[in-house]
Design a protein around this ligand. Structure first.
Ligand SMILES: [Zn+2]
Length: 557
């Protein structure tokens, strides 16, 4: 993991799928033991783009897809078609399967492909460009047949790095394919589930991105269903593996589905692999040039690793959520601030977020900003802001600007803060990492919570900095997922009311939360109350003598 950072090479991979006797099968090739990259592993056909793939002659040999369309699919400004060419070329070179049609859009007859197979050798040797073959035979790569499916980038620190676009394609009828006997030594049509089972039994080696694609495809009963799924995928998120260290200095590799993934990328944009992924209370974590996080030593069921206190700014600092009044924590904040703390901002006045404001103000003379504590809920009884922040108000620091966004829902006085220079959004308890936000009426309000989430989704944040847990990536997508999750629960409430016929809240609870452990039911009861309040307020449900009945179905989510 040391040494110069190697830029990943653009590459393309094709997952060929066909219907076998027991459901869909994919083509896997075994790389030779002498290969420089992944010796012995089973892979899909694919490889790095070469210069000829980018040739305008090659681009003219893709049918039904322009470079602008291809680039848009891949999220590139230009040059997208080269990936389609490379995918089809590698498929022919490595697997002997020609993804091509004639000028009338008809597939190439298998006998003709068999005849052309002799050209794989000069192609592999670099003496014949794929475009030349296509021109000579008057054939085209059918753009729509290669469906963009996944995007993987090899971690920094590897001797070879690839930035690989995965495509899914229906294997042309009658073409069996055969490995090229140089880079690859074995080829097999296999059901995705079977390939994974062989890997689990340690009979074959399959690397992570290949396994992830196999697991994805194992869900489908036919090749057509897999392709339909791929065609319906919206934005395809990159999965760029990244190294980070634990608190003892041991390196670990992270992928997109790992909770620290986005935080590691944000705080280590150079991919040095030297950033620590462990949240350690009391140990400051520098997230970027403007923001340092200090997690309070109050871990727990409701607080995760502890409350996150953020120090924002360089020459002047605003502290967001000083946290619980733990003397050590307050002293550490003041030390880190080193005389530069001017403002103490709170997101809301729950007891794990604001109580340290008083002590920190006493130590630093900073001004306390936020909204007054509401009457209900577990509020910090001592919180008194020096100034009440209104929605949209800006706090201008030297080199950083924070904007207050009123987000009632978890708490009626809740504020999020947008750091406008980097679009980092401090979400307090409105969005947390690693656990579900509690909506506890009457101060908690499900309807307001969802409206606030919608408003946050429209902010176009670059990253979320929550009150508990790691930074959260892909903010808009994540916020929309949270909304969908709550609306799905709301539909479950309505279904259960319809099924049970005028049930009480106690009767509804086990029906609506049959997927959570009964231990969690006391907390779930508060969320259920919040859902019922919302449905009653919206006129979808009627409450009478502690029993609930449906007035009309809720609007579809
Ligand atoms: Zn809270």
């Amino acid at each position: 993991m040391s040494g110069a950072r190697i830029e990943p090479r653009p590459a393309a991979t094709v997952i060929l799928v066909r219907d076998g006797a027991h459901g869909p099968e994919v083509l896997l090739l075994q790389r030779s033991q002498g290969s420089a990259f992944l010796p012995g592993a089973y892979v899909f056909p694919g490889g790095a783009l070469d210069a000829a793939d980018r040739d305008p002659r090659a681009a003219r040999r893709v049918a039904g897809l322009t470079d602008a369309e291809a680039s848009a699919k891949l999220g590139l400004s230009s040059g997208g078609l080269a990936f389609w060419i490379a995918a089809a070329r590698e498929c022919f070179e490595e697997a002997g399967i020609l993804l091509a049609v004639d000028g009338a859009g008809r597939p190439v007859a298998p006998e003709r492909v068999a005849r052309l197979a002799q050209l794989r050798e000069p192609m592999n040797a670099g003496r014949l460009a794929f475009a030349e073959l296509l021109e000579a035979e008057d054939l085209y790569v059918p753009g729509a047949a290669l469906v963009y499916f996944a995007h993987w980038i090899t971690a920094a620190g590897r001797p070879r790095r690839f930035d690989t676009r995965f495509f899914l394609a229906l294997a042309p009828a009658g073409q069996q394919g055969a490995h090229d006997a140089s880079e690859t030594v074995h080829s097999v049509w296999i059901a995705p589930r079977e390939a994974l089972a062989r890997y689990e039994r340690e009979e074959i080696e399959i690397i992570f991105p290949t396994r992830a694609s196999l697991a994805d495809l194992a869900r489908f009963g036919s090749a057509a269903a897999a392709l339909a799924h791929a065609r319906a995928l919206g934005d395809i998120e990159v999965d760029a593996a990244v190294w980070a260290l634990d608190h003892e200095g041991s390196a670990r590799l992270f992928r997109r589905t790992d909770p620290p993934y986005h935080e590691i990328h944000w705080s280590d944009p150079e991919e040095t692999g030297k950033t620590c992924f462990v949240i350690q209370p009391g140990v400051p974590k520098r997230l970027d040039a403007r923001v340092t996080r200090l997690t309070a030593p109050n871990p727990g069921v409701m607080t995760g690793p502890g409350t996150n206190t953020y120090l924002v700014g360089t020459d002047e600092i605003a502290v967001i959520d000083p946290g619980p009044a733990i003397e050590d924590h307050v002293r550490r904040i003041a030390e880190l601030g080193a005389g530069r703390i001017r403002w103490i901002l709170v997101t809301h006045t729950h007891v794990d977020h604001s109580p340290a404001a008083r002590q920190l103000k006493a130590l630093t003379g900073a001004q306390v900003l936020g909204r007054p504590r509401p009457r209900h809920g577990h509020q910090d009884p001592d919180f008194v802001p020096d100034r009440v922040l209104e929605h949209g108000e800006r706090i201008a620091l030297a080199g950083a600007t924070l904007r207050a966004i009123h987000t009632p829902g978890h708490a009626s006085n809740h504020l999020c803060y947008m750091l406008e220079e980097t679009r980092m959004l401090f979400t307090g308890d409105h969005v947390m990492q690693g656990s579900t936000v509690v909506i506890d009426p009457p101060d908690g309000d499900m309807r307001a919570y969802l409206e606030s989430l919608e408003a946050l989704a429209r902010e176009g944040a670059a990253i979320l900095a929550p009150g508990h847990g790691y930074l959260i990536g892909n903010p808009t997508k994540e916020i929309r997922r949270l909304v969908a999750h709550r609306l799905a629960r709301e539909r479950k409430v309505c279904d259960a009311i319809a099924r049970l016929g005028a049930p009480s809240a106690e009767e509804l609870l086990p029906a609506v939360y049959d997927d959570v452990h009964p231990r969690i039911h006391p907390v779930a009861a508060r969320s259920l109350a919040a859902h019922l309040d919302k449905l009653v307020a919206e006129g979808a449900v009627r409450a009478s003598n502690g029993r609930y009945s449906l007035v009309r179905p809720p609007p579809a989510g």
